[in-house]
Design a protein around this ligand. Sequence first.
Ligand code: ATP
Ligand code: MG
Length: 627
Amino acid sequence: MRCLKDLNPKQLEAVQFFDRNSMVFAGPGTGKTRVITSRIAYMLESGKLPEARRILAITFTNKASNEMKSRVAAFGVDQKRVRIGTFHNFCMWVLKAYGDKINLSREFTFISSNQQLHLLKQVAKDANLMMKPNDLKNRISDLKNSSVDFEDYLNKTRSGTQEFQVAAADYQNRLYAHKLIDYDDAILHTATIFKLKPSILELYHNAFPYILVDEMQDTNRMQLELIRLLGGNAKHVMAVADDDQSIYGWRGALPTVIQEYIDLLAADKIILNQNYRSPQRVLDVANRLIQFNDGRTEKELVGRPNELGDDVIGRWFDTWKEEAEWVADKIVELHSAGMEYRQMIILYRSRHPSLKVIDEKLLEKGIPFQHFGKNFQNKKQLLSEFIVASMKLIADPNNEVVLSALIYAFAQRFELNDDFDLYEYYKKDSDRLTLDRLAQIHVEDEIDDAVQRTAEFCLSAKDLKSFAKLYDGLYKALNIEEDLAKYDETTRHEEKRHLDLMRDRMSKSVASTITDMLAEIELQDDSNHIDQRMNKVGVSTFHTAKGLEYKAVFIIALEDHFVPGRNGGRPDKEQEERRGLYVAITRAESKLFITHANQRTDWNGRIEAVRPSRFIDDMRKREVTES
Ligand code: ATP
Ligand code: MG
């Protein structure tokens, strides 16, 4: 059978392991994802599964889910017979079908992060809670992530002050009233339905008796509960994980979730230790680094047989510009030696304006490239947010949460002073602001004109049947072209790409309502659309490169402040930062380049001196354990 070809005995055992829950616990590149995808193909091809039965394969990020999809497709498996997606995709699908059982409107969409911050600002103010919207957001999210259903979450909020409890309850009520959910709700609501309505859970047990989870170390308590519920008594859950690659602590996913899973599901552990991805020299660097973390389970990791590989190259530069220049030149060199652009990736810890120089140098040298997710500037894709918010209003013109967020987005776009409350200004002395009212405002300046035209379009667009026409209408009404023209070339390029992608998704959507289409789109990120045929160099954060592999990997800006980030002082955070770098290093199939500069611009464009990352020393030490 093609799907079993080349597998080593341990991998084979994992692929053919049935009748007990299991955990494949292994380091990077050992074939965990390969085991999952081979298992899917094996289950379908071997006839072990009766025709009508299905497999559900879930993971945390879009990128990891797409990786599974393309690998399964490569085995010639008909994708319709397997459901592969992220936790959020799966939950949205359940909620669209059964959300009404917990009185959730079928018309729900996801609240955007801007909308969420505005709403939280409002509820904090009304509850006299002295907490920044972002802190409130994180607090609520932490509590949700550690809960097993909504009731559990509500109980947890009771540990907070009276003001916090009022604000949290108000936030939830307003979301509910405005047919919005946040990302954490998607999972909590689903778990709640499964618990309150066992008959619905049973439908899923029948539909998906086999559950596979990739990148399990990225799951938090709330998601673990969902896996437990979905697994039921069937004992057909297989999860794969690597504690050293746990990098989503800020979303409540800790390396300890692996043991919790093993205990909760009484899972058998299968260990793999042959790495097929990287040459020994790359693994040596990775191993030296990760040894500095405590509390990890030591895993033997053997590199590709008889392959030491090239030396890992470390280069240090005086300035961030020289670093970018060198990376771009190296890419040109590798490309002329025959390496495809798509086989190369530039990785960095987190977005920062100074990294924009990378874009500039790549453009200058004519190297095609593509950001995975957002670009360096973190523009928050303001323009596409206008389109999404306006579309929500076309479907639901009385949605105050969305309307106020849209107005604030206009204020931001036209750079109004923060003290000026545009929403209150338009509302004047009426009870509430409506689209109708906005469509009739007296136009005095550019911003009134934009707001008025948008409102007018939203009111008149209800009957437009095609999503693409809606998009085009809004693009014009919102005067997006004009805004794009104000950006510098690289930002314009990125924003335009993002907008085009959005239009493309909208025009292809087969959803029957605007809200269903939006809920679908809100769950996709750019990385969904990285077209391998396009042959471009990837530019990505460590996080987004999870699970992927490249012939040449450039890890740039390896400086303190970036890696470990500013909160790296806390030992637990520093360990997570180390794991992030470990993930980055272990993406390399052949060549690994590590660079840093001594000078970089800060957020305000001022040049500052920076120090090399303390992790560089860790990677260099030859005999770590003896020192
Ligand atoms: P990560 O932890 O980074 O997600 P992983 O454990 O999921 O890594 P895979 O991506 O599944 O590892 O495998 C790494 C590479 O090794 C892939 O290119 C895969 O096809 C290849 N590989 C896995 N097993 C074998 C094998 N038995 N023979 C040859 N190649 C293999
Ligand atoms: Mg993998």
